[in-house]
Design a protein around this ligand. Structure first.
Ligand code: MIC
Ligand code: SF4
Length: 754
C-alpha cells in the first residue's frame, strides 16, 4: 500500500460539511488555505472563528513524513511515547546520509556500508511501529512524497523544512521538529498558531529561459528570509494554472527560505495530469468529485485584497530569470543585472561547479529542460567549462530520465550523475580541495546557500538559480554569462549562442521504475526487535529531561551572545555531523560552533566564566554542566532560521542551557525549543541586546507566575557590579507552559497526561 486511498476518501467525505461550517463561522467566502485548515481542525474547532496570527489551534494532520537525519531523533522519542503503532500513515526516507564523491553507484554502496547501523535501526523501527520505509537510493523525501503521497486538500507534517514541496499538489504540508512528528504519530493533535495569509497572484505565462524557480527567487527577493514568518502563501490566478505540478512544487519547496509556514496552489488540470501520470488516477477521480472545495472561493480571487493579509502580484510573461546569492537565498538578482553585480562585488567570476537536482528541482521537466541545453552544448561543440553534477530526486525520475536518454546527454557534456539523495545540498559532498578554503563560486538549483553549507568552505560563494540557468553557466564556466544575450566560443573557435531550453512536463511514455526502494511494514510488528548497541557512537536511547525545579532561574552564565545570522546550520551544523543525528551526547559537541561571538567576532571561541579562559562553545558549556550551573544564549533576529532539525534545541537543553533570548525567532526553531522544555524568550526592546555583556550572570524572574501573554524579567548582573533589568516576552500558551514545567512535551505524552 503506497498511498492510502481510504484515508483520502474519509478526508474528502468531511470536506463539504467542514467547509460549510467554516464559511458560517467566518461569515464570508474562504481562501483555499482556510478550507484545508478548517477541514483538518480538531473536533469542535471547525465551527469557531479563529483569529489569524493569534489563536492557537489543534489540527489533525493526515500523514507524517520523515527523513533519515531527523527521523532518528523523532523515532527515538516515539519509542519513549509508549505506543505500539503509529496513529496516521507515516514514512521514513533515507536521503540525507549519502555522501557525494565519485558518482551514484559507488557513493550509494559506500553509504550503505558506512551507515548500516542507522539504516538498520530506521528500517526495524519502521517495521515495528508500522511506518513505510524508503531505502537509501529510493530518493529525496519531498520528491518521493510528491510522487506517491501528496494529495490535494490533504494535510501533512514532515520533519524537514522543505516539506511544503507537497503544496505543489494542493496539500498543506508543514515542516516541523521530530517532537511534533512524534505527537502526531502518537495520535495527539498538532498545534499551530492560525497563520496569516499572503496571496500571490500570478498572471501571464512563463516562456523561454524563465521557469517556475524564478517565481520563488523573485518572491524571496521581495519578502526576504523573514517575510513569510507566521504566514501561509497561497498562489492563484491564470498564471498559476499554467505551471506544471512539479513547477508548483519547486515554488512551494523554496518557500521555506522566506520563513513561510507553507505555500500552496489550488487543484487544477496540471495537478490532475500529474496524479494520473504518477499512477494515481483514483486520487484524481476523487479530487475531481470535490473540485470546488480544492480551490479558493471565486469571490476571494476576484477581490483578493479583502481576504489576504498581503498581496503580491507577478506577471510571468515579464518575469526574468533570477540568480540569488551569495550566502543568503533572498539576495535576488535579475539575470540582466547579475553580471554587473558579480564584478562590482568582486565575487569570483570563474564558475567552478554547477549542480542541478535536489528536492527543489529534480522533476522530469527540470531534467529534460536542462538536458536540452546539454544536447545543444554537444551539438554546438561546446564542452562544459565547469564541473557539472546532477542529483535526481527519486529512483522513479532517475530510471525514467535514463530510459529517455537524458542522463547519457549530461554525461556526454562531462556531467556526473550523483545518487538520488541530498548530497552536496546538505554538505554531504567530498569536494576535493575544499579544505584549502579558497575563494570560489558555485551555482546550484538547490534552495539554500548559507556559508559553508555545501562544502564546508566559508569562502565558497554559492548562488541559486533554475536548472536551466545553472546548466548554461556551467557550459560557459563564467558567472557573468547571460545565455539570453551572450555568445560562447566553441572548440572550433566559432561564436555560438544557446537557444531557449525546451522540455516536457511529463514523460510521453509514462514513468517507469524497476525497484522504487520501498519496504512495507510488518502487519504485526510486536515481535520485531529494535537494537541499539550501548556503545554505539551513532545511536543513543534518550533519557527524559528533568522537570522544572519550581523556582526562578538564578545565576545563569552567558554562554554566547551570537552576532548576526544564526541559522540552524550555525547552531547544529550538518555535513560531517549528520553522522551523530541519533546520538544526542555526541552531536552536542557541535553546539553553536558556527555562531559568531559578538565579543570577539570569532566562531567557536567563548569566555569560560569559571576561570576566564576562552574555549570552544560545547567545551565551555560542558564545564558549566559539570558544575551544575545553568546558562543562557543570546541571539539576534530570526534566530534558528533554516532547518527543522530539533538537535538545535535538544543540544542546548541536554548540555544545560536554560534559555535562549533573542530579538526574534524562526517558527520551527521556537517550537522545537518549547517542546524540549527550554525557555524561548524575546527582547521586548530589541536594543536591549546591547546591554548584555560578556561576563554577565543572568536571572530569569517571574517563572512562579509564568502565564500566557505575561512578560518575564531578565536581571543582568554585570562584572562591575552594576545591573540591568530587561523586559522579555514569550509566546507560550497554557499547554506549552506545561511542557516547560514537565521538562519537555514528551514527558507529558509518556505519562499519558496529554
Ligand atoms: C536542510 O535542507 O537543511 C535539511 C538538512 O534538509 C534540514 C533537515 C535537517 O537538518 O536534517 C531541513 O531543511 O529541515
Ligand atoms: Fe535534502 Fe537539500 Fe532538499 Fe534539504 S533542501 S531535503 S538537504 S535536497
Amino acid at each position: 500500500m503506497v498511498f492510502d486511498i481510504d484515508m483520502i476518501k474519509s478526508v474528502y467525505a468531511a470536506f463539504p460539511g467542514r467547509i460549510a461550517a467554516a464559511r458560517k463561522a467566518e461569515g464570508r467566502p474562504l481562501t483555499l488555505t482556510e478550507k484545508i485548515l478548517y477541514a483538518h481542525l480538531s473536533e469542535g474547532e471547525a465551527s469557531e472563528k479563529h483569529e489569524r496570527g493569534v489563536s492557537y489551534v489543534d489540527f489533525k494532520p493526515d500523514r507524517v513524513a520523515m527523513q533519515d537525519a531527523t527521523a532518528q531523533m523523532a523515532l527515538l522519542q516515539f519509542m519513549q511515547a509508549g505506543r505500539s503503532k503509529v496513529a496516521v500513515p507515516s514514512t521514513v526516507h533515507c536521503d540525507h546520509l549519502i555522501q557525494a564523491e565519485v558518482g551514484a553507484n559507488p557513493d550509494l554502496a559506500k553509504a550503505k556500508d558506512k551507515n548500516r547501523e542507522v539504516y538498520d535501526f530506521l528500517s526495524s523501527v519502521s517495521n515495528k511501529y508500522g511506518l513505510g520505509f524508503w531505502k537509501p537510493g529510493a530518493g529525496i523525501i519531498h520528491q518521493v512524497v510528491l510522487e506517491n503521497y501528496a494529495f490535494p486538500g490533504g494535510m501533512m507534517i514532515g520533519t524537514d523544512s522543505h516539506t511544503p514541496n507537497a503544496g505543489g499538489l494542493g496539500m498543506v504540508a508543514i515542516g516541523v521538529g521530530g517532537a511534533d512528528a512524534c505527537d502526531v504519530m502518537a495520535g495527539l493533535p498538532w498545534e499551530l498558531k492560525f497563520p496569516k495569509l499572503i496571496g500571490v497572484k500570478l498572471t501571464g505565462k512563463l516562456s523561454g529561459w524563465t521557469s517556475a524557480k524564478d517565481v520563488i527567487l523573485k518572491v524571496a527577493g521581495i519578502l526576504t528570509v523573514k517575510g513569510g514568518t507566521g504566514c501561509i502563501v497561497e498562489y492563484f490566478g491564470e498564471g498559476a494554472h499554467s505551471l506544471s505540478a512539479t513547477g508548483k512544487g519547486t515554488i512551494c519547496n523554496m518557500g521555506a527560505e522566506i520563513g513561510a509556514t507553507t505555500s500552496i496552489f489550488g487543484y487544477d488540470e496540471k495537478s490532475e495530469a500529474y496524479l494520473r501520470g504518477t499512477d494515481r488516477s483514483e486520487v484524481a477521480d476523487l479530487a475531481n468529485s470535490i473540485r470546488e472545495h480544492l480551490t479558493g472561493d471565486p469571490e476571494v480571487y476576484a477581490n483578493p485584497e479583502a481576504y489576504f493579509n498581503e498581496i503580491i502580484e507577478i506577471n510571468l510573461s515579464e518575469l526574468e530569470p533570477h540568480v540569488n546569492g551569495p550566502f543568503t537565498p533572498d539576495l535576488a538578482w535579475p539575470l540582466s543585472k547579475f553580471a554587473a553585480a558579480v564584478k562590482e562585488n568582486n565575487w569570483p567570476q570563474k564558475l567552478e561547479v554547477g549542480l542541478i537536482g535536489s528536492c527543489t528541482n529534480s522533476s522530469y521537466e527540470d531534467i529534460s529542460r536542462a538536458a536540452s541545453l546539454a544536447q545543444q552544448a554537444v551539438d554546438k561543440k561546446l564542452k562544459a567549462k565547469s564541473e557539472y553534477t546532477i542529483t535526481p530526486g527519486s529512483e522513479q525520475v532517475r530510471f525514467t530520465v535514463e530510459r529517455d536518454g537524458f542522463l547519457g546527454i549530461f554525461e556526454n557534456m562531462g556531467g556526473v550523475v550523483l545518487a538520488n539523495a541530498c548530497g552536496p545540498c546538505i554538505g554531504q559532498w567530498a569536494r576535493h580541495g575544499a579544505e584549502k578554503q579558497e575563494k570560489n563560486s558555485i551555482i546550484t538549483s538547490f534552495n539554500r546557500n548559507f556559508a559553508k553549507r555545501a562544502d564546508g568552505n566559508p569562502n565558497t560563494h554559492s548562488f541559486v538559480a533554475s536548472p536551466e540557468v545553472v546548466t548554461a553557466m556551467a557550459i560557459a564556466g563564467d558567472l557573468t554569462f547571460n545565455p539570453m544575450t551572450d555568445t560562447l566560443t566553441n572548440e572550433e573557435g566559432k561564436q555560438v549562442k544557446l537557444e531557449e531550453p525546451a522540455g516536457l512536463e511529463l514523460p510521453v511514455k509514462g514513468f517507469a521504475v524497476e525497484d522504487a526502494g520501498y519496504q512495507e511494514p510488518a502487519a504485526d510488528g510486536s515481535e520485531v526487535e529494535v537494537k541499539v548497541a550501548p556503545d554505539s557512537e551513532r545511536l543513543q536511547l534518550l533519557e527524559p529531561f528533568q522537570p522544572w525545579e519550581g523556582t526562578d532561574l538564578k545565576g545563569l552564565k552567558l554562554l554566547i551572545k551570537a552576532k548576526g545570522k544564526c541559522t540552524t546550520d550555525h547552531i547544529s551544523m550538518a555535513g560531517p555531523w549528520l553522522r551523530y543525528r541519533g546520538h544526542l551526547d555526541n552531536i552536542s559537541n557541535n553546539l553553536l560552533i558556527g555562531a559568531v561571538n559578538f565579543f570577539n567576532d570569532t566562531t567557536n571561541k567563548v569566555k569560560n566564566q569559571l576561570d576566564g579562559s576562552y574555549g570552544e562553545v560545547p567545551a565551555v558549556q560542558r564545564q558549566y554542566k559539570l558544575h551544575n550551573i545553568g546558562s543562557m544564549v543570546v541571539g539576534d533576529e530570526n534566530y534558528g532560521e533554516g532547518s527543522s532539525r530539533e538537535h538545535a534545541a535538544m543540544e542546548p537543553r541536554f548540555l544545560g542551557v536554560r534559555a535562549i533570548l533573542v530579538k526574534s525567532f524562526a517558527r520551527i526553531h521556537e517550537t522545537n525549543l518549547k517542546k524540549q522544555g527550554m525557555l524561548a524568550l524575546t527582547f521586548d526592546n530589541p536594543a536591549d541586546y546591547d546591554l548584555i555583556q560578556e561576563d554577565d550572570s543572568l536571572d530569569i524572574i517571574g517563572l512562579d507566575s509564568f502565564a500566557p501573554g505575561k512578560p518575564l524579567t531578565v536581571l543582568c548582573h554585570h562584572a562591575d557590579g552594576s545591573k540591568d533589568e530587561i523586559k522579555v516576552n514569550h509566546t507560550y500558551n497554557a499547554g506549552q507552559i506545561r511542557w516547560f514545567k514537565a521538562g519537555s512535551a514528551l514527558n507529558l505524552v509518556k505519562d499519558n497526561a496529554i
